[in-house]
Design a binder for this molecule. Structure first.
Ligand SMILES: Nc1ncnc2c1ncn2[C@@H]1O[C@H](COP(=O)(O)OP(=O)(O)OP(=O)(O)O)[C@@H](O)[C@H]1O
Length: 372
């Protein structure tokens, strides 16, 4: 799939912008703070109806404006799809084929995007939240109903935590409502966990051979799910549910005492092992980077196998962070098959034949000129 046209209105530092892109490689060059990441972000928001760098949609609207708009035309399975996101101070609207989608889960998934930015190199070293977000975003774009379960789970989790805080103050109060909420929480939690397990199996099957290739056959990558409730990948949904129910019965008093939910997918994590050793603890910076790169490349292949088309790849200022070997591995892998956007302050350090045919866009203070 690829984005053919993109137009922005009052989005970040872009007043008005209209561009058409090459279906292979597009390079966005500019000094710092000119709008490179903002352009990448616009494509990301067009795919996910949310930003990768802020949870506050309002920040996306150009200062002093009432609303911001991103419009794009994408081609997927040789069909043309117009997409549109309108962000106002009151909320946002997502339109697919000019029709507003009431539920974001009906919108997300039309455009598949893989973003690779310097902060993704933190996937291994960073907090569990970074890894949960990674897995959630990826499952969400190939299985939009996952987003629905995740949204419901988070809503019930907030209400349940609120109730647990109340019970913490009045431990003798009636707990009927807590039971009802726990049941609802388990319903969504178990679906989330079961889908994460299935996704992990796929991710592993792609990431392990890719990692082996990048490490010149020297490293074996394994990925484990670190669950806060003792569930395992060989369990079916029924068994996962039973295990969850037992766990929550077990920890009820402790949860009331602490005033918060102590187990569930919001507390789970991923662990990466290279040659049997936990990369987060024992891996060198190079091994951690190779792991992050393998996961990103695996994501591209996984989306291709599930959706039938390659996603769009956004490389935001990340090429210069990779050494020549990893850079060239990445560019070689995507060459000719993945529409890619590369942002950089200078193209000098990036020497690869893939970039020779690229369309070059120069960004300066929120305006873009095309250079051939
Ligand atoms: N809502 C907004 N309205 C107007 N301008 C904004 C808004 N949000 C951010 N900006 C401006 O956008 C610019 C930053 O753009 P961007 O993050 O795309 O930089 P960049 O070109 O990627 O730079 P770097 O190479 O430093 O990452 C800053 O000048 C910032 O003040």
């Amino acid at each position: 799939m690829h984005i053919h046209e993109l137009s922005l209105r009052s989005f970040r530092n872009y007043d008005q912008l209209s561009l058409t892109f090459d279906d292979k490689i597009n390079v966005i060059i500019g000094e710092n703070a000119q709008g490179k990441t903002n352009l990448m972000e616009a494509i990301y928001v067009l795919a996910f109806a949310r930003s990768h760098r802020t949870p506050r949609d309002k920040e996306l609207i150009q200062w002093d404006e009432e609303y911001g708009k991103i419009k794009g035309t994408i081609y997927k399975r040789n069909r043309r799809f117009p997409l549109e996101i309108i962000i106002s101070k009151k909320g946002k609207k997502a339109k697919l084929n000019h029709i507003e989608q009431k539920r974001l889960s009906d919108y997300i998934g039309a455009l598949n995007v893989v973003m690779f930015a310097p902060e993704d190199l933190n996937l291994v070293k960073g907090s569990p939240q970074v890894r949960r977000r990674f897995i959630d975003m990826e499952i969400g774009q190939i299985q939009p109903t996952y987003i629905y379960h995740l949204g419901q789970y988070q809503k019930i989790l907030r209400q349940r935590n609120h109730l647990l805080k109340d019970l913490q103050r009045k431990p003798g109060a009636d707990r009927t409502m807590l039971g009802v909420m726990t049941e609802q929480l388990i319903e969504h939690a178990t679906t989330i966990v079961e889908r994460r397990f299935k996704f992990l199996q796929l991710l592993r099957s792609w990431a392990a051979p890719i990692h082996k290739g990048i490490s010149r056959q020297l490293e074996k990558l394994e990925i484990a799910y670190d669950a806060s409730v003792r569930v395992s990948e060989d369990m079916n949904l029924e068994t996962i549910k039973r295990t969850y129910t037992d766990k929550f019965l077990d920890i009820e008093s402790k949860e009331v005492e602490r005033g918060t939910t102590l187990a569930g997918p919001h507390r789970d994590d991923l662990v990466f092992y290279v040659n049997g050793k936990d990369v987060q603890t024992y891996g060198s910076q190079g091994q951690q980077r190779t792991t992050a790169l393998s996961l990103k490349l695996a994501e591209i292949e996984l989306i291709h196998s599930e959706v039938g088309e390659y996603p769009i790849l956004l490389l935001d200022d990340v090429l210069s962070e990779l050494d020549d070997y990893r850079q060239s591995h990445l560019l070689h892998t995507i060459q000719g098959k993945v529409q890619t956007f590369v942002s950089t302050t200078s193209i000098d350090g990036i020497e690869h034949e893939a970039l020779e045919q690229a369309e070059i866009f120069r960004v300066s203070e929120g305006t873009i000129d095309i250079e051939k």
